[in-house]
Design a protein around this ligand. Structure first.
Ligand SMILES: Nc1nc2c(ncn2[C@@H]2O[C@H](COP(=O)(O)OP(=O)(O)OP(=O)(O)O)[C@@H](O)[C@H]2O)c(=O)[nH]1
Ligand SMILES: [Mg+2]
Length: 234
């Protein structure tokens, strides 16, 4: 049982969140391993995790030279997971938008499916403390991609997920080039196209606890255009 779950947390300037987040995760899933993928955060997030790692055998750190993007950070994390034989592989933000209290629920749901999506837009889910604009972009983004891709899930842009090992093994990770929102959309769509079972678990999503957003108009427009590319190439 020991090393079954790996929680991958990509970070860029999350020094105000990461230590407390790791502590909170430990309370809910003490046995899980955590991998932080830090892109040379100027605020010293990587150095802090390096220090924590020294006394925590279930914490590891992948340091990359600069801000190379969320998509490639996760791909690097997935490769790490597959080379070490983890069964349940999580994506989770490092800013407390994703509440660790849900981790055991994801693990339970993942026992009989191939991918668990933390979903804000199913019964029991929701969003706290977000501006109207962020809500519209998020709900609109999910509806837009759901319609174009014909993938019947309610939250396609969320980044709180749990993949089974076998799911990642079946995917062509080399072919995934999206970043930001479209990375989340593309990963879920690829699993859907493989005919695998996807379960949505309701989550209440909160605005980040500390630090600043990396969301940008570039990420927004990338997603709008890339959904079409995903539809015709995946
Ligand atoms: N390693 C790495 N992590 C990143 C990069 N961009 C964002 N992140 C991390 O990915 C997670 C999600 O990014 P956020 O900035 O929270 O993006 P968001 O959730 O869309 O926006 P806000 O919550 O409003 O800030 C956070 O843990 C970020 O620190 C990146 O280029 N590289
Ligand atoms: Mg966030």
């Amino acid at each position: 049982m020991e090393s079954k779950a790996l929680i991958i947390i990509p970070t860029y300037n999350e020094i105000g969140n990461i230590e407390r987040l790791i502590d909170e995760i430990r309370k809910h899933v003490p046995d899980a391993h955590i991998l932080v993928v830090d892109d040379g955060s100027p605020d010293g997030t990587g150095d802090l995790v390096e220090k924590l790692k020294a006394t925590d055998g279930r914490l590891d750190l992948l340091r990359r030279a600069g801000k190379l993007g969320l998509g490639t950070a996760y791909i690097a994390g997935f490769r790490y997971a597959l080379s070490r034989d983890f069964e349940y592989i999580f994506e989770m933000d490092g800013d407390f938008s994703h509440n660790p209290v849900y981790l055991p629920k994801f693990l339970e749901a993942a026992k009989d499916c191939d991918l668990v999506l933390g979903s804000r837009y199913v019964e029991g889910g929701g969003v706290e403390n977000w501006s109207l604009l962020r809500r519209i972009i998020s709900i609109g983004g999910s509806l837009y991609s759901r319609t174009i891709l014909g993938a019947p899930y309610h939250d396609l842009t969320g980044g709180f997920k749990c993949f089974r090992k076998s799911t990642l093994e079946k995917m062509s990770l080399d072919e995934v080039h999206s970043e930001g929102y479209s990375f989340q959309i593309e990963m879920t769509y690829r699993v859907h196209k493989l005919g695998l079972k996807i379960t949505e678990v309701p989550i209440i999503f909160s605005d980040r606890a500390d630090g600043t957003s990396k969301m940008s108009w570039f990420i927004f427009f990338e997603a709008i255009l890339r959904v079409w590319q995903i539809r015709f190439t995946v």
